[in-house]
Every structure is written in C-alpha cells, then in structure tokens.
Design a protein. Structure first.
Length: 565
C-alpha cells in the first residue's frame, strides 16, 4: 500500500507521520506481520503483509515476521514454511528478523508471574463453561470467581505446578484481575494461560502451559520494540486489554491501530472454513487454484505485482465493506496484458483442410509475442495444409451478425491468410461436422489483402501437424453467491459452493512454441484468456490452468465512470 502524494494521507500514515514529527520512539517506524501458523495465508493476509512491510519501506523502518505460535494443537511446520514462501513471493524480505512467540515463552512466564506478585492475576479452577457463564452479558455484569481472592503465595505455587505439568488440561487457568463489571467483556478477568499437554512444533514438550493470544501479542510487540501494531477491526475491543498488560508491567508501549479487514465478494476468507473445504475434500488442497489462498492464487497464475496493486487500490478504512472480486481480476489482467506472451490454443478442435495448400509443405509465419511490448520480440508459427480451429468459430447456418467462418464465407486466420469454406464433411452416423475443406488466398499473407478487400472475422488456429496436446483446466468462482456466508440459521455455507467451478478439457491443441513451457509460465491464449502452466505438468503432458478470462467487468465500470466525469 503506497502513499499517494496527490491525496490526503490515510489515518494510519497520518498517525505515523505525527509520531515521527513529535520524535516519538526517536522517530522509529517498526511494524510486524504476525501470522498464526495454523493454516495457509489468503488474499486477506496479503493486505496486511503489503501494509506492514510497505509502511516499513516507505518510512525507512523495519518490519518483523513473527509467528504467534501459542496454540500447539493447531500449528504445524508446514504452515510456517508456506507463510515464509508466500511473503517472499509477494516481494517482501524480513531480513534477519524472523521471530516466534515461542522465542519469548520464558519471558512471558516471567511477566505472568509479575502480575501474580502485583496481585493482578490469579489461578482459577472454574471450567471453561463456568468461566463463560460467570462472564455475564453486554447488559449484565459478570460474577467474580470464587478463587479470585487466593493469596499471592498460593497463586505462585499453583502456577508453578501448572508449568510442571501436575494438572490436567482444562483443570486450571491463570486469569487477570481486572473488572467483572466492565462494559468491555474482554476486561472481565480474562484468561492469560491455559494448560495444553501437546507437543509444540518448536519447543517440543518443554511447555504444557501456553499464553493466550491477547496476553502474548502485545507483550511480544513490546519485546521487539514494535512502534505501530497494526490489527484488523475485530481487535479494537481488545485494545484496552492490550494496553492494560503493558501498563501493569511497565514495559515499552507499542501503539495498536486497527483497520478494516479485506472482505471479497464470492469468497470466504476464514482459515477455519478454508480448512474445512480442504479436509472434507471440496478442493484439492490449500493450493487448489480455486482457493483464495496466496498459494492457490500463485498456482492459478496470479502475479505478486497484481496482488500488490490490488492492495494499493483498495486502500485503508475504519469500516467493514466488501470489495468486488472483479477489481482483483482487473488488476491481474492489467499486469498480464503487459507481461504475458500471446500464443494460439484451440480448446475444442475442428479440423480444417486447406485444399490448395500443397501436401507436405509448411510455412513459418511471423507473430508478435506481445503487441503491448515490442521488446518481447516475435516468434515463428508453422502453417500447413491441415489446421485446427474452434468448433464454435464455424456455423453451417450462421445467425445474423455472426462474422466467423460459414459456408462460402471468408475469414482471416490470425498472422496467416484469408481462407474460405467450400465444403462441410459430416459423420454419416451422427450428422456431426467432422472437418471443413477450405481454400486460402496466398496473396493475403500476414492476414491482410493486397486488393483492399476486408473481412470481419479473425480466428485463431493451430497447425495440426505441429500441435502440442495439453490438458486445460477451466476455473469458475468457487462460490456461486456474492456472500457465501449469507445462509439461514442451521444451514451450511458449503451449500453455496459452485458445482461448475472446475471443468477439465483433457486434450486441447496449442502452437508448438509452448512445448518448453515450465510450471508457473503465463500466457494469453488469443481470444480465450490468460493461462498458467500447472505444477502437475510432466514431460510430454502439459497442464494449463485458466487464470482469468479476457472479459473485464471492472474495466467497463471504469470506462463508464470516465464517460460521466
């Protein structure tokens, strides 16, 4: 997210520049991206990544990558590695500042002990359900725990035994002593530590008590000297608790600032729900190209530049809203339009025989790789007697305003010649069209007529003799409703899944220039859209994912807006 010099600063940059001007924190700007390693990152996390790392770059500061790994039951090394890969792919570098909340477990334990000694924390024997009932409601105050008045000595001993593993999970917790009548439910004697007898991905079995997120988060910020702790809006009600811990312990005080999280139409951005889709087999893993995960977007063919551009465009707000997914796709098209090599691919082949082109002869025609960038050069494409065109590009009985190929009609083959259809060959049993017989005009090489005659239709094609067979995976939106979570009480959000979100075409025909394509390479298939080589590709078997179609709804919206301005 970049600062636009022509517009008013957003509320976060306004605060940062005010702090710099007053020399708060000696003018330092130090942010952090603090993911929990309990799933793969999604496009919503990309907004936070771009914000935190982007602000550090903008103000000549630093940004840490810190894993808030305080819940061993849900965290895995696989998630840690995927997160690091995603952040790097987006174009950011945390240098030597890779940290973990688990790095500070001993220090956090000391902080909790300090709170006990100050009479600000106590060991509670209530069950989780009892604590919830005692908490009260938004309109009714909570009820104090019968264990709140234990002595400091007893609390210290019980907490020490909790650490030693002498109690079962859920039998005891450490809670802060704040105010059970506070209008903010987060301040009603919240839990600080709980007992979890599970192995941690970094510390193994060294610990069996783990700090709660609200306790660890702010103190980790403090330990690392974070100046601006940027969080999404759901943590706004947690800020008083964040501040309380820092004030009670009299440690460096980071400033928490909240911004609206990203909500995207036709998309679910909840790690818990995305995990559900993965575990129940609705998608083929976290990197399924239909998933809004960064790894899924990368596999589908999205570029880091397009995602960063998207995050810049949506900006920052203090109110929740839903961003149209068309904007994300528009940012991708804009970037790929400039960078992707053009090739011809026929997804539903119909054979065309050029009767007046000599048998066995072939020509190699010039084709630009990208008209938006002449520096990308040209390539040679073979032309022969037998070609493939799309079945939809021929109509035996064409409707009005159909300008593609039809009997006795002439069209242009892209980069090649004018051809005219003379004969239609059908299968005697089914009546379906098997092939077309056409003639070409050798005086129209390059697709232009020397005598000035014009045709309205231009078709893409592939030489049958030289064609590369490939598998094509066509993707639609994973959900068929704009707000997939808008379901009636008791209904499952998965009922809004799109049953047509994936269509596989096992054998399509592509021009031979793609034969050496590697996973991750991106192309524009003329008239079809943008495609990316999938990692499932093997030698002799290329697999292409449809990244995004050519139709750009957002571009039309922008064009209409400019018309009215």
């Amino acid at each position: 997210m970049k600062k636009n010099e022509d517009t008013t600063l957003d509320f976060i940059r306004t605060r940062i520049e005010s702090d710099i001007k007053s020399n708060k924190n000696n003018g330092r700007v130090h942010t952090r991206f603090p993911p929990e390693p309990n799933g793969y990152l999604h496009i919503g996390h990309a907004k936070s990544i771009c914000l935190n790392f982007g602000l550090a770059q903008e103000y000549n500061g630093k940004c840490n990558l810190r894993f808030d790994d305080t819940n061993p039951s849900k965290e895995e090394v696989e998630y840690v590695e995927s997160i690091k890969k995603d952040v790097r792919w987006l174009g950011f570098d945390w240098e030597d500042r890779e940290y973990y909340a688990s790095d500070y477990f001993e220090k956090l334990y000391e902080y909790a002990t300090q709170l006990i000694k100050k009479g600000k924390a106590f060991v509670c024997d209530l069950t989780a359900d009892q604590i919830k009932r005692y908490r009260g409601t938004l309109t009714e105050p909570g009820k104090e725990s019968p264990y709140k008045n234990r002595s400091v000595k007893e609390n210290l001993e019980l907490f020490r035994k909790m650490r030693k593993g002498e109690y079962e999970d859920g039998s005891r917790v450490l809670r802060a002593k704040i105010d059970m009548s506070s209008p903010n439910l987060n301040m009603r004697d919240p839990v600080i530590y709980r007992i979890v007898h599970e192995s941690h991905h970094r510390t193994g079995d060294k610990w069996c008590i783990y700090p709660m997120y609200d306790f660890a988060h702010g103190l980790c910020d403090s330990i690392e000297g974070i100046t601006h702790s940027l969080c999404t809006l759901e943590f706004e009600d947690h800020r008083p608790l964040y501040d309380w811990f820092l004030e009670q312990l009299n440690v460096f005080h980071s400033q928490q600032i909240e911004f609206a999280r990203l909500n995207l139409s036709y998309t679910v951005l909840s790690k818990r729900k995305l995990l559900e889709l993965v575990e129940e087999g609705y998608v083929k893993g976290w990197d399924d190209p239909r998933m809004p995960t960064i790894s899924g977007l990368r596999r589908r063919g999205y570029t880091p530049e397009s995602i960063r551009d998207f995050c810049d465009r949506i900006g920052l707000a203090k109110r929740e809203s839903v961003v149209d997914i068309d904007l994300l796709e528009h940012c991708l098209r804009e970037h790929l339009n400039k960078k992707a090599k053009r090739v011809m691919a026929v997804l539903d082949p119909l054979e065309v025989i050029i009767d007046n082109f000599p048998e066995g002869k072939e020509e190699h025609l010039d084709a630009e790789n990208n008209p938006e960038d002449p520096g990308m050069g040209k390539r040679k494409i073979p032309f022969s007697r037998s070609l493939y065109i799309e079945k939809e590009d021929f109509r035996e009985d064409p409707p009005r305003k159909y300008f593609r190929l039809a009997p006795d009609r002439e069209v242009r083959l892209k980069h090649a010649y004018y051809i005219k259809c003379n004969q239609v060959i059908k299968d005697k049993g089914t009546g379906k069209i098997k092939r077309l017989h056409c003639t070409y005009d050798p005086e129209t090489k390059g697709g232009w007529s020397k005598d000035g005659r014009k045709v309205k239709g231009t078709l893409h094609w592939v030489s049958a003799r030289h064609a590369i067979k490939a598998e094509i995976r066509l993707y639609d939106r994973l959900f068929q409703t704009k707000n997939p979570l808008d379901v009636k009480k008791g209904e499952d959000f998965k009922k809004n899944l799109n049953p047509e979100s994936l269509k596989i075409i096992p054998s399509c025909m592509l021009e031979p220039s793609v034969s050496n394509a590697r996973p991750g390479d991106r192309f524009q298939f003329l008239r079809k859209g943008y495609f990316c080589v999938d990692p499932d590709s093997k030698k002799g078997h290329l697999v292409f994912n449809q990244t995004v179609p050519l139709r750009d709804t957002w571009a039309k919206i922008l064009k209409k807006q400019k018309t009215y301005e």
